[in-house]
Design a protein around this ligand. Sequence first.
Ligand code: ADP
Length: 192
Amino acid sequence: MGIVRATLRPDLSFLTKSKILEARPRVGYYYSGENFFSQVSEEIKKIRVKDLKAVPAVVSDKSSVYETIVTLFVLDVGSLFIVSEGGLLEGVVSRKDLLKIALGQGDLHKVPITVVMTRMPNIVTVTPEDSLWHAAQLLVEHEIDSLPVVKPAVYEGREGLEVVGRITKTTITKAFYELGQGLPIMQGGEST
Ligand code: ADP
């Protein structure tokens, strides 16, 4: 083919460094079975929820629908987690849950948020140690926009889940953007 050894060497070294080819004495170079996409997949699955989770956006379970709508605007978020005393997760409420109740006739100051929210144990959650890829999978499979990041907790003898963060579709979009920039994902970053 008219290609000299010196031309091939850097290419082969790139392929062995990226584990696509492996080199063995007396065998030579051989295809490892790894392809570019399996490596990308492996790298993506190393990113943890704790590396990118945003601060939790919560309201008390004593709040009215009106107060919850105000909080949604103040915090500039699309969903809120409802917590009881001690920070235990009780529910989640989305933009559309609030829109739906706002279209009704009732006085929003008098309707408790607990009437509107999706409640435990039907809440899809992740832990700080889960992979961000798993969080993305849950968002897609359950057709939801956000996930509370939780840790087991006990408050006044009651076992529950403490909300320690939030993963949203924005978190996943930011991670995708940072990966595309070729920069390491910000470790322990707290986005909003
Ligand atoms: P929207 O309703 O504004 O499109 P979502 O798609 O996030 O926002 O919510 C759809 C429904 O799923 C809502 O009724 C909401 O209460 C519920 N929901 C949102 N997040 C979760 C979650 N993490 N686990 C369980 N249910 C959820």
